[in-house]
Every structure is written in structure tokens, then in C-alpha cells.
Ligand binder design. Structure first.
Ligand SMILES: Nc1nc2c(ncn2[C@@H]2O[C@H](COP(=O)(O)OP(=O)(O)OP(=O)(O)O)[C@@H](O)[C@H]2O)c(=O)[nH]1
Ligand SMILES: [Mg+2]
Length: 377
């Protein structure tokens, strides 16, 4: 929790350099804004540094799209650890749900490329504490491999061993908290050319799914044994949408010819306007996770109440961490404190309505059918 009564929801991104972590975070904000259009709830970036970063990312992307040709390597990578703060905002001060997403330079992810002094331990701690992990996967690396040499280097380009290590530590932490729901999302990105539902004309989606299963089977299979209460979802996202892969290169790394670097080139599909696809599925899954968490806490509180009313009261008063806080927030326990204290009755009623609207919208998003790309494992 922050010093306000706002609920903080931590989401960890897991992936190596250039895989698409920052783009996915940006797409989640824009996708959220789109999803909430016409509702009393808004999705906002909180604080000037988050706003600046998102603005810069958007300008860089728009520049590339205007140029009509697009090389993912051309956009600058993340240089330092950064915590994005996004807010599901019902318009009431100190209310709402804050999504904190940790971004870091992908080079930190691999111990071999991690620079001295990188604050990786703190990133690891954040990842372990997150109740949701998102693993962006570069779909082009999986789908453009055409030779045995390409297949051989695929795991090292995607850092699947390190991804596995991080997910396993996270699962161990989830195992210690069997009452807290956990959500693991495998999100292929850069997949505009392999689906025919967003301007593309071929459907290679089954092949992409097969590749993801093949490369990440360790991670997928570890979940039921380690932490059966964790849900694993497959949610492909086009963070750009209006591009089409035109070429892929596998070039030997200068110091180590046995290692290949992958790069792809994309042409821009007219009219060259970003068309995010799949971010809504990620957000709906987050909402389902929140609602599921609330239901569990409500059940726990009800059981306690059944035993003894006094214990139940004590249980409800205690700060039990994130998931009990969800119960408070989504039941309106923390609402309009400020207004109530000031005894401004009209404002309090208005605030009450808005916070209720947030709960209703989260429930509505949670109940929507996932898009055709999504799979649950
Ligand atoms: N075609 C396409 N390109 C994408 C997509 N998502 C990301 N990219 C491009 O891939 C490149 C790398 O994306 P980033 O989001 O910067 O990757 P990152 O994981 O944050 O990289 P580091 O900050 O270096 O760790 C950028 O040029 C993005 O524009 C996508 O869905 N489609
Ligand atoms: Mg980045």
C-alpha cells in the first residue's frame, strides 16, 4: 500500500533485451484507455516520469511508422530500472487501483550481460512479490527460424533458461501463499504477421502456439506441481498492429560466431496507424484475477465470521496485505474516507457512486469472454 488508501497491484515483466517489455506496458495503458472509453473509470499514467516515458515511447513509435519501414532494433532500449504507475481511476482522490509494472533493461536479465552495479536483486524481489507475472515472447524469433542453426540459438535469444528460473522462484513464493491467487501470462508479441484478425492475411496462430508450448514447456508444466492455484494464460498481443514482417536476419555475433543475433524488418501497413490487439485480453485477465482474489478473501472472512463474530471483526480490521486490501477496496470499505471526515455529504455520496462504478466495471471486464487468441493451460 502507498501512504494513501489506494490499492497497489504489482505486475512483473520477465524477459531479455528487446523482447518487447516496454512496448507491452505501453500497449496495456493504451488498451486500457480504449477498453474504458465511455465509462466513468479512466486508465491513467500517474506521475510525470511515467507520463514522460510513455510519451517518449509513443513518439518514437509514431516516427518509425511515419518512415514506413520499421526495424525493432532502431528504437532505444530501456537504460535503467523503472516502475510504471498506471491507475484505474474512478475519479475519487486516493481511491482506485494502481497497477505498478516493473521495467528494466533486458541486459540485466542474463547474468552474462548484466552490467556491474545493476540493481537486479531489487528487480528479483519485485518479481517474486508480484501476484502476476507477464512473460513477453518475441514471436518472430519463433516463427522465422528456418534452419537447425536458428533453432539451436532460439533458447538463448529468448533466454528461456533465465525465464524458467525467474518463474520457478515466483512459483516457490506462490506456494508459500496458497490463499493468494497467482496469474502467469505468456504473451507473444510482434505477432501481427501470424494472425489474420488484425489486418494480416495469413493465420499461422496454431504454429505459434505450438512453438510457445515447445520452448516454454518447462515453465508451463511446472505450474500444476509447484503452485496449482496459479492460472497460466496464453495471450498474444500486437503492440503495434499495423506492420508486417518483410525480412529476418540471423547474423553471427562478432566475438562468437556460434551465437546468432536475430533481427527483423517490418513494412508498415497503410494507413500506418497503431492498432493494438490483445492488450484488452491481458487487462480482462487482470480483472478476473482481482475479482477471484476478492472472492477468496470474502470466503475466508465469511468462514471466520461463522466461527466467532469477534475473530471475524479482528480479521477484517487487520492489515493482511494485498488481497485483504482488495476486499476492502472492492467492497467500498476504504471509500470516501476523506469526504466522510470532512462531512461533505453530497461529495461523499458522489464518491461512493464512483467507487461502486469501479467495482462494477472490474466485474464487467472480468466476466467478458476472452478473445479468440487466448488459451488457458
Ligand atoms: N512488430 C512489432 N514490434 C514490436 C512489438 N512489440 C515491440 N516491438 C518492437 O521491438 C523492439 C523492442 O521492444 P521494447 O519494448 O523496447 O523491448 P524491451 O524488452 O523493453 O527491450 P529492453 O528495454 O532493451 O530490455 C522495439 O523496437 C519495439 O517497437 C510488436 O508487437 N510488434
Ligand atoms: Mg525496455
Amino acid at each position: 500500500m502507498t501512504d494513501t488508501s489506494r490499492l497497489v497491484y504489482r505486475i512483473g515483466m520477465v524477459g531479455p533485451s528487446r523482447v518487447g517489455k516496454t512496448s507491452l506496458i505501453t500497449a496495456l495503458l493504451r488498451g486500457g484507455q480504449h477498453l474504458l472509453e465511455g465509462t466513468p473509470v479512466a486508465m491513467k499514467a500517474i506521475g510525470s516520469s511515467t507520463q514522460k516515458r510513455l510519451g517518449q515511447h509513443r513518439r518514437d513509435l509514431e516516427g518509425s511508422l511515419l518512415a514506413g519501414k520499421f526495424r525493432p532494433g532502431a528504437l532505444g532500449g530501456t537504460q535503467e530500472k523503472f516502475l510504471f504507475h498506471l491507475l484505474l481511476d474512478p475519479g475519487v482522490p486516493d481511491a482506485g487501483i494502481e497497477l505498478q509494472l516493473l521495467d528494466y533493461p533486458g541486459g540485466w536479465f542474463d547474468p552474462v550481460t548484466r552490467p556491474p552495479g545493476a540493481d537486479w536483486e531489487e528487480c528479483e524481489h519485485f518479481l517474486e512479490q508480484s501476484s502476476v507475472l507477464i512473460v513477453p515472447i518475441d514471436a518472430a524469433v519463433l516463427m522465422e527460424a528456418t534452419s537447425a542453426t536458428h533453432l539451436r540459438v532460439m533458447p538463448s535469444i529468448l533466454a528461456t533458461t533465465q525465464v524458467g528460473d525467474v518463474v520457478r522462484s515466483w512459483l516457490t513464493e506462490r506456494k508459500r501463499r496458497p490463499d493468494e491467487p497467482g496469474l502467469l501470462m505468456l504473451c507473444p508479441v510482434k505477432c501481427e504477421s501470424y494472425f489474420d484478425d488484425n489486418g494480416g492475411d495469413r493465420d499461422d496462430s496454431e504454429e505459434l502456439l505450438t512453438w510457445v508450448r515447445r520452448l516454454y514447456h518447462d515453465v508451463i508444466d511446472a505450474v500444476p506441481g509447484e503452485a496449482p492455484h496459479v492460472r497460466t494464460l496464453y495471450c498474444p498481443v500486437d503492440t503495434i498492429g499495423c506492420v508486417e514482417i518483410t525480412g529476418a536476419e540471423w547474423t553471427p555475433e562478432p566475438g562468437d560466431p556460434a551465437t546468432l543475433a536475430f533481427s527483423a524488418e517490418y513494412g508498415v501497413r497503410p494507413p500506418g496507424r497503431q492498432a493494438i490487439k490483445g492488450a484488452d485480453d491481458v487487462l480482462m485477465a487482470l480483472c478476473r484475477h482481482l475479482v477471484g482474489a476478492r472472492q477468496r478473501v470474502e470466503e475466508a472472512v465469511a468462514t471466520e465470521k461463522g466461527r466467532t463474530a469477534t475473530t471475524a471483526e479482528r480479521y477484517a480490521e487487520r492489515h493482511e496485505g494485498f488481497f485483504l486490501d482488495i476486499w476492502y477496496v472492492l467492497n467500498g470499505e476504504r471509500r470516501y474516507r476523506r469526504e466522510a471526515a470532512e462531512d461533505v455529504r453530497g461529495a461523499a455520496v458522489e464518491a461512493d457512486k464512483r467507487v461502486t462504478a469501479l467495482t462494477e466495471i472490474i466485474e464487467d471486464l472480468a466476466s467478458r469472454r476472452p478473445g479468440g487468441r487466448v488459451r488457458q493451460w
